[in-house]
Design a binder for this molecule. Sequence first.
Ligand code: SF4
Length: 642
Amino acid sequence: MPCTDNHEDLSTCAHEEKSEYSIPMRPAATFLKNSVLTLARLSPFYLSRPHFLSVLYRLYYRLSESESNDGLYLKEGEQGLTSELEDFQNCVRKALTGIHESQLARRANSIAQKIERNRGLGNVGSLPTFWIIELADISPQRVRTPSPSFLDMLRFASHIRLLFRDSNTFTPVATEILDKASLFGCPWSAIIDATRCDEEMIAALLAWHPGEIIIDLSRAARSERDFHEALRRMETFKSRASFPRISWRLFLDRTTLWALEQLASREIPERWRTLHLYLARAYTPEEVSRSLFFSRRLVRELISAFQKSLVSKGWQILFGKPDRPEERQRQAERAFGTVHVRATGSYAPCVGNGGSDDLLSAWDSLEWKEYRRKVCVEGPFFDCPDCEISGSQDVFSVPYLLAAYERGVPSQEYIDAVRCEIDAIEDVSDAREINALVRDYEHKHAHVRLASYPHRMYIEVTDECNLRCPMCTQTVLSGPRRRISLETFSAVKPLLRYVELLHFTGCGETFLHPQILDMLEAVPHDQCKVRIITNGLLLDEATSRRLVELGLQDLWISLDATDAPTFQKIRGSKLFHRVLDNVRTLSRIRRELGSTFPRIALNFVAQRSNIEQLPAFVKLAHELGADAVNVGFLQVYTRALL
Ligand code: SF4
């Protein structure tokens, strides 16, 4: 295509160079790409052979990318997948599902999966390879018998993990699954509850030759007797040479933390010394009361000490490390390969996330595509509800521990339980830190019902005032003026331990309240910053002295002018010099008592009548001993203020 720009020297035209180079390539790429697609459509045989699949799939992607200026990834992120790509992926899916020989199916599937994972696309033609199947002791009506298609899909599995969540009985479902696993030559492992792990259960598992048995100690660790009994039972198997690899799993909360120390003191065979460690999440108010989140600093130290002690005895501890470099790869593998089958028969990307009753509808759902895309684009994300399996999140984060927060709006009971725990934290800075974490989380997720306490508080102790400044809402207020009682103030006192800034302000003069000094005495000035805004008229010597003695941090005095006429115009008062004298007195007392508090700031509401005085105002503030000048703008809400 000739360039339409009016160049004098065509040899300098970048457009010409680009067009000469790129245009002939496009039709060739498109032609080749269409040929690959036609071949895939007409002959699924090629896509069912691992080598052909690898070559054709890579070639197709490469050609699609070279055809697109934006690259395939952007096309998918912003506009959905291109139809050609989906067409090709459908061909891949069709070819894969047509393979009945399990080894071939696994190989072809893993090739397709690897290509898709490396390209980071959400839509996939490949099928899940890591199956985590939950077998819970729930009502028989809710347990689905695996459908033939479900069992057939296991031929693509590279590993099956049976999760005996509440029951260690071998249900017919487990038998059917393991029957298929053995038919397809698929390795498998089991997670079983230590409290129900008896000779009969172990014998049933061993009959199917598991690669690994993970003993979950979480329930047993709630009681010392159960814990020791479970370990003793397992120790009876340790002499059996043919026993599979054993590892342990423990969800830590206040009731199970002690078990870490106990494990370190037991004689566990060397090949059994692997521990999968997780922090238990709190789904219910009772679990909140057991959660380690509220003593996270102490817990971090304790866990790290226990970990060190276990590691020194040859244990391998698998505990969440969000900064692991391989985490991205691991999460991507999970997003593209792992499916969780719940006991209710639904399929989901992880234990916590949504799901659907149909495997392929779930696997091809928008949520799952978004999950894959997110992992590839953003890397590992640690506030994923995906909790029990990966153990890779920031294990001390709010979402990890306060699980109900991820299930929508937590109940009032849950919120009360969280508050109760925050209140029970003795150290104020720890309590504030936890409160801030919960608050930030609630803010980020736009929660409307909050468990966190406010960290800033504005109190209007009275709406009466001894002035009627024309720019103040006092001029439009009507009706009797009010004062808050000491009882009302006492009611908010418990919250003050979380408050970083307590601001006495509002539409009224704070020092008109006869008990303001009593209120100030009740405030922990060393823990929270207290600020008062005043017109300065009532700031007599005694009050000033008391403020300095109390350690009040900020006193902002509204002055707005450098001379009496302007002061009278803006603040409607002839007492300009009284305010100046009061500021001088406060500065003097502060000096006499050797304090730098309260920091004095003079307020200046900039408007036509005073704006030219601003430089002189700063000078005046300095002469009066003030530390700062606050300049604000006039809010115009009446015609007179225009
Ligand atoms: S002193 Fe403050 S509260 Fe009182 S009228 Fe003036 S601006 Fe309003």
